[in-house]
Design a binder for this molecule. Structure first.
Ligand SMILES: [Zn+2]
Length: 387
């Protein structure tokens, strides 16, 4: 009888965040990971069919079809996984002596030869000839997001609210968490106050940080539009730590910045968009669209506002207000400037300034960092033109 090999995957070698999370949660016993060969807690991929379906789906999630379909100039699967890729580590230990084993592992993990799989990797043919999936799923906006964007330009937002409330009330069930009362959050504001201090018989002017109301959200009449709020609506934007609070206001070298803490006065119900588990959504297209809608919201909330993208802004403001109307006290989302997170609180009165917590700092230098994403449509067109 032919021996069937068993393959294992550890969380360390899983790079995609949803895959990593799944392996972390489900890896119960120790075995040698087929990638790194370390004896650690691993998942037996030969018995876990869920992971095999999901990994196959991750190909569509991370790659446009022309990357892995030779017909469109791509490399045959599983070539992609021998070099740096967003799904798994390519650092196969002792690859020279294990090349056949590794290849078998990749075929199994991504279910490559399964032509009956429900997860379509190839677009195939339609009336107009051979088609392709031109964009990685992760780079596509959800249909609903695009529809909101168009409709909010032409209609009053309240005409769309009832429908949106229905969509979001179900969607947020899994993403609702309670924040305890007495938790501290940070808020920063560029600038300071001047104060006269008596020194003997003369007086000097010193700089002191803003505190209390000066650090809190502005009065409604002065409130400018933000990522989650329309003009004239004052929400309180808070951060999980001082570094995140500082990064979010994007100070320049030479700026003085006041930072202080705010404490929650009661238990709060918030929508937590920090981790939306793709595994719960990928199996059917309707659910996948909903995942994308939540991901779009979470991403758009976490990136800084560009003046030329005011229209995306309309959508984040619209959905944030729908979430508020559903009875939530706020939204938690990741920060794009640090590993911390942000909380937008719909009612500033749920927080109180922590007396004596404000500090004044002077910015000496600012680190520049960026995350880039390949713009696939362009590279596809370039390749098409070269041919
Ligand atoms: Zn490993």
């Amino acid at each position: 009888m032919e021996e069937t090999k068993t393959f294992y995957l550890c969380a360390e070698c899983s790079k995609d965040i949803y895959l990593k999370n799944y392996v972390k949660v489900n890896a119960k016993s120790k075995a040698s990971c087929t990638i790194c060969l370390n004896e650690v807690r691993t998942l037996n991929i030969s018995v876990d069919t869920e992971i095999v379906d999901f990994c196959r789906f991750l190909i569509r999630y991370h790659f446009p079809e022309y990357d892995y379909n030779t017909h469109w100039g791509g490399d045959d699967l599983p070539q992609q996984f021998y070099s740096d890729n967003p799904i798994i580590s390519h650092q196969f230990a002792d690859l020279d002596n294990r090349d056949i084993e590794v290849e078998e592992f990749l075929y199994e993990l991504f279910d490559i030869n399964n032509y009956d799989s429900k997860i379509d990797l190839y677009y195939g043919h339609d009336e107009s000839g051979r088609g392709l999936f031109p964009e990685a799923i992760k780079n596509e906006k959800s249909n609903t997001w695009r529809a909101y964007k168009t409709e909010l330009r032409n209609k009053n937002f309240f005409l769309l609210e009832d429908e949106a409330k229905k969509t979001f009330s179900k969607l947020l069930d899994d993403l609702t968490i309670k924040l305890n009362s007495g938790e501290n959050y940070f808020r920063a504001r560029i600038g300071y106050k001047e104060k006269k201090e008596e020194v003997g018989i003369s007086s000097v002017t010193i700089k002191v940080p803003f505190s209390n109301d000066e650090l809190s959200s502005p009065p409604v009449l002065k409130a400018k539009a933000g990522r989650a709020n329309r003009q004239g609506v004052a929400f309180l934007y808070l951060a999980s730590d001082s570094k995140t609070a500082l990064g979010e206001i994007r100070p320049h070298p030479g700026h003085y910045v006041s930072i202080g803490e705010f404490t929650s006065k009661k238990k709060l119900t918030v929508a937590d968009l920090r981790f939306i588990d793709l595994m719960k959504f990928y199996r059917d297209d309707k659910k996948l669209q909903l995942f994308k809608l939540l991901k779009d919201l979470s991403e758009e909330l976490s990136i800084p506002i560009l003046p030329e993208e005011q229209e995306n802004y309309l959508v984040t403001q619209f959905i944030s207000d729908v979430i508020r109307q559903l009875g939530f006290d706020g939204i938690l989302f990741n920060s794009s400037v640090s590993s911390g997170h942000n909380l937008v609180a719909f009612n500033a009165d749920n927080f109180v300034f922590k007396t004596g917590s404000s500090n004044l700092i002077k910015i000496i230098s600012v680190e520049f960092g960026y995350k880039a994403t390949e713009y696939h449509i362009d590279s596809f067109l370039e390749r098409a033109i070269e041919k």
